[in-house]
Write a protein that binds this ligand. Structure first.
Ligand code: ATP
Length: 319
């Protein structure tokens, strides 16, 4: 597969070289039709990386090529081949979705009928057909964000940069946007995504780079990062210690690693589907839990394990 981004030890120090380090040294590669997520809390360096790779700022160290062109020496060629979707929508509130897309298409040089055709294709692809003729000012946050991505896809870019696409969206709007982004990837677009949510990186990205205070602290698939923390677990909560005590030998038959935690009323097992069904079977008619929960490693846990401090502390430090 062709690499559309190749970055080697790029970095940026703000000010006159004695200021805040936005990014120390980041190396990455992104291939066509793949999604790479830069994951980290506020101040981790995600936006600095995206702005540098999309030529909005100059890295002061390292080299990067995007769509085959050097970001420092050939920024114009890079810009012609990429699109960037930021956190605030660039669309006109007074116009309808279709009018906005036609406008963007005309600005990109499409003639009137080609612009209309592309606008209609994009409203279809981004689930905006019904809303296409309504003014954007009445749109929900999720619809706006989808329209913003659609506008950036008028001419298919080699790479789409999306900076925290779902911050502030509710779960349903988030899923709709993920679906839209996946459809672009299926068409061969490469996406470089920044996010604060492990779940988002998990759902969209083939590869994740975890950033902390300007450093890349880990890289790999979501499963790989989570495995560094430990497997997801099922927790069975019991009414009292006596119930938990009766349950533990039964649950250890299901999963020998079943353990009673410090509260003495919660038992933890590996999260495998058969463990859940077998637990219910062995406990039935003897002692039932008051609650069953599934606990997956969160970004905070991954972060804590890999950096030794939580995301909150990282944000405070960078504030
Ligand atoms: N223009 C600037 N001048 C000085 N320092 C900056 C500037 N932009 C960013 N920084 C600093 O660089 C570091 C990385 O910031 P960056 O915006 O890249 O992080 P981020 O991971 O994108 O955070 P967020 O999720 O808040 O956008 C932070 O410590 C920040 O204070």
């Amino acid at each position: 597969m062709k690499a559309v981004i190749e970055a080697e030890a790029v970095g940026k120090t703000y000010g006159r070289g004695d200021g805040e380090v936005g990014l120390h040294r980041l190396s990455l590669e992104l291939e066509q039709g793949r999604v790479l997520a830069l994951l980290g809390p506020n101040g981790a360096g995600k936006t600095t990386a995206v702005r540098g790779l999309s030529t909005l700022l100059r890295f002061d160290r390292g080299n990067a090529r995007v769509a085959g062109y050097d970001v420092s020496a050939q920024p114009k060629q890079v810009r012609q081949r990429i699109a960037l979707v930021g956190q605030s929508a660039a669309v006109d509130e007074q116009l309808t979705a279709i009018q906005n897309l036609v406008l963007f298409a005309r600005l990109r040089g499409l003639d009137r009928s080609a612009a209309m055709r592309r606008a209609q294709e994009l409203t279809g692809q981004f689930g905006l057909t019904e809303a296409a003729t309504r003014a954007v000012q009445g749109f929900s946050g999720g619809m706006r964000r989808r329209l913003d991505v659609a506008a950036s896809m008028i001419v298919r870019p080699h790479v789409l940069f999306v900076d925290e696409p779902t911050t502030g969206l509710d779960p349903a709007a988030r899923r709709d946007l993920w679906r839209a982004l996946r459809s672009l990837v299926a068409d061969g677009t490469a996406i470089l995504l920044t996010t604060q949510y492990l779940e988002e990186a998990d759902s969209l990205a083939d590869d994740i780079i975890l950033l902390d205070r300007g450093y890349a602290v880990a890289q790999g698939s979501a499963d790989h990062l989570k495995s560094m923390v430990g497997p997801p677990v099922i927790q069975l909560h019991f009414q009292d210690e006596a119930d938990a005590h009766r349950a533990i030998p039964l649950l250890q038959d299901v999963d020998p690693s079943a353990t009673l935690d410090d509260t003495r009323t919660t038992i933890t097992l590996h999260a495998e589907a058969e463990n859940l069904t077998r637990s219910v079977q062995v406990l039935a008619g003897i002692v039932l839990p008051t609650e069953v929960t599934m606990r997956k490693p969160s970004l905070d846990e991954v972060f804590l394990t890999l950096t030794g401090h939580d995301t909150q502390a990282a944000e405070e430090k960078s504030a």
